[in-house]
Ligand binder design. Structure first.
Ligand code: SF4
Ligand code: SF4
Ligand code: FES
Length: 257
């Protein structure tokens, strides 16, 4: 084992034609996965010394805010921009690091996947505050929010739609329509916002659909892998109770307010 070098073993290719390719790089204290991929892009020569195509990956903020660089690093869903090479080598006790694209999203190429379904799920649960002029927002937006609520909502608001939670969730798979934990948590965020409360019944009804809250099997992997430490299982439990109440209200034909 050459202690001055490390190997990136990357699962590359396009749908239907994926393969592993290795690259050897010099170790440095400041390298992270993104800077390593950039080094390969500058000099796309694989470990066998053969010229190859540069590896495709996505990146945006480079500070764990946009979620676009998410991938499997040594099998763990995380952001490439904050994955320091030296830390990964020490954690895994190996100078070979594997990189692979997420498996729960359609593959585009190499390490790029299409996370559109996460954004579609946010639309489904109306993960926003409507300010389209169809209702009076002055009362709701004028309300004060206490520091405890602010703190709880702030954590929920840090979700970057990275997909790590869906990637780790056994219930998100080809045989299940489950939309995953992140949209459930975003419904909690906007239901608790004084300006978003107005659309709470619609969000809850959306989560009563077959792809909604009932798909969660309570395995709790999601909260363990969330890089923002969002209490996903707490959100799922809370929304589970609220959807139940909404279903009863709807069955009894009670008004929304
Ligand atoms: S809940 Fe956490 S893991 Fe899931 S998409 Fe949001 S930030 Fe990523
Ligand atoms: S609790 Fe388990 S089944 Fe439910 S969303 Fe999280 S990982 Fe998936
Ligand atoms: S580039 Fe935005 S989270 Fe990594």
């Amino acid at each position: 084992m050459n202690k001055e070098k490390y190997t990136l073993r990357i699962y590359r290719g396009v749908p239907g034609n994926q393969y592993w390719e290795e690259f050897e790089l010099e170790r440095s204290a400041s390298a992270n996965v993104i800077s390593s991929l950039m080094a390969i892009q500058t000099n796309p020569i694989n470990k066998e010394g053969k010229a190859t195509t540069p590896v495709a990956w996505e990146q945006g903020c480079l500070e764990e805010v946009c979620g676009s660089c998410s991938m499997l690093v040594n099998g763990r869903p995380r952001q490439a921009c904050t994955a320091l090479i030296e830390d990964i080598i020490n954690e895994g006790c190996s100078t070979t690091i594997t990189l692979a694209p997420f498996t729960k999203f359609p593959l585009v190429r190499d390490l790029c996947v299409d996370r559109t379904k996460m954004f579609e799920s946010l639309k489904k649960v109306r993960a926003w505050v409507s300010v389209d002029g169809t209702w009076d927002t002055t009362k709701q937006f004028g309300q004060k929010v206490g520091p405890e609520v602010q703190e709880a909502l702030y954590v929920l608001s840090t979700c970057m739609t990275c997909g790590c939670c869906s990637e780790s969730c056994p219930q998100v798979n080809d045989h299940s329509p489950f939309i995953g934990p992140a949209p459930v948590s975003q419904a909690r965020l906007f239901n608790a916002h004084p300006g978003g409360e107005y659309e709470k019944p619609e969000r809850l009804r959306a989560l009563l659909d077959e792809d909604g809250i009932s798909g969660c099997g309570n395995a709790q992997n999601c909260a363990k892998v969330c890089p923002k430490k969002i209490p996903l299982t707490e959100s799922i439990a809370l929304i589970g109770k609220e959807t139940m109440k909404q279903a009863i209200k709807d069955a009894l034909k009670l008004p929304d307010t």
